[in-house]
Design a binder for this molecule. Sequence first.
Ligand code: ADP
Length: 176
Amino acid sequence: MKREANGATVECVRGDITAQPDVDAVVNAANAELRTGGGVAGAIHCAAGPGLEQEALPLAPISPGEAVITGAHGLPNRNVIHALGPVYGRDHPEAELLANCYRNSLALADDNGLESVAFPAISTGVFGYPVEEAAGVAIHTVVKASEKLQNVRLVRFVLFGERDLEAHERILQVSA
Ligand code: ADP
């Protein structure tokens, strides 16, 4: 499903973040060291190839809420934006830190002249953020941030599981 917010389209789809060839940037649910790993980071580094880690390593470490941008290497996009989500129950205040991931990623994309960005559900995997709660933070932050975007016209949430998709769709329905 999709909604319009301040001239930008916000949409939720079920899929794989590494298979979004029609967006300028994909966001990586990164680790602080910007290395490959499990989940989204593993899939992105695997699809991009070793050049991604080589380019990203000098930018590490990053802290929760922070985002950095690199080329996309073997991925079919222009850039990868690496954002570090909060670990639920450890990094406080987690909602603010999670919101910063989305705000900072969108600001980086916008400043680099990108028109479309795809996000995974940051922090909802090994970092343990309950998906319903994370979806609320993510969607409200993106809708609010869209007021200030000059270049970004499409924000896509790419959800791996059906339950995750439904949680995001429920929030998007009532928020844009
Ligand atoms: P974090 O460490 O920030 O929690 P994870 O990568 O462990 O990040 O998971 C974040 C979310 O992304 C989880 O909901 C997970 O199911 C989902 N996910 C895992 N692999 C992919 C993928 N290839 N594309 C999109 N979402 C994915």
